[in-house]
Design a protein around this ligand. Structure first.
Ligand code: AMP
Ligand code: ZN
Length: 113
């Protein structure tokens, strides 16, 4: 599969990793939209975006969310951050391997778009 994030998981494309375990990987976004901008992905390419989440596959999404506080702390932004999932082309999604943006490191705007 021609997926940038799968290639990051396999090491074929380098990334600046901030957290990794057997199930998930978090790395710095190449085009940061905030002082802290990390992309968090499941290593397995099983979901495209939030539209694909169901009762059978949601464990990995829950697992990511249990790790978000730790990843935020590793990035020094545990005092506040935003989690974003861009879903579909109208949601401005460009990589179709489910991922959550962790944005922080500054006072974020109240605007969400
Ligand atoms: P989205 O628009 O939600 O699909 O987000 C995809 C994100 O992946 C964008 O913020 C890109 O800047 C980021 N991205 C794309 N390629 C890379 C890469 N090789 N390393 C790190 N981040 C990347
Ligand atoms: Zn993938």
């Amino acid at each position: 599969m021609d997926c940038i994030f799968c290639k990051i998981v396999s090491g074929d494309i380098p990334s600046n990793k901030v957290y990794e375990d057997d199930k998930i990987l978090a790395f710095k976004d190449i085009n940061p939209q905030a002082p802290v901008h990390v992309v968090i992905i499941p290593k397995e390419h099983i979901l495209t975006c939030a539209n694909d989440i169901n009762e059978d596959n949601s464990a990995i999404v829950g697992y990511i969310f249990t790790k978000i506080p730790e990843i935020a702390k590793l990035c020094g932004t545990e005092d506040g951050y935003r989690i974003v999932n861009n879903c579909g082309e109208k949601g401005a999604q460009t990589v179709f391997h489910i991922h959550f943006h962790l944005l922080g490191g500054a006072q974020l705007s109240e605007r969400l778009n």
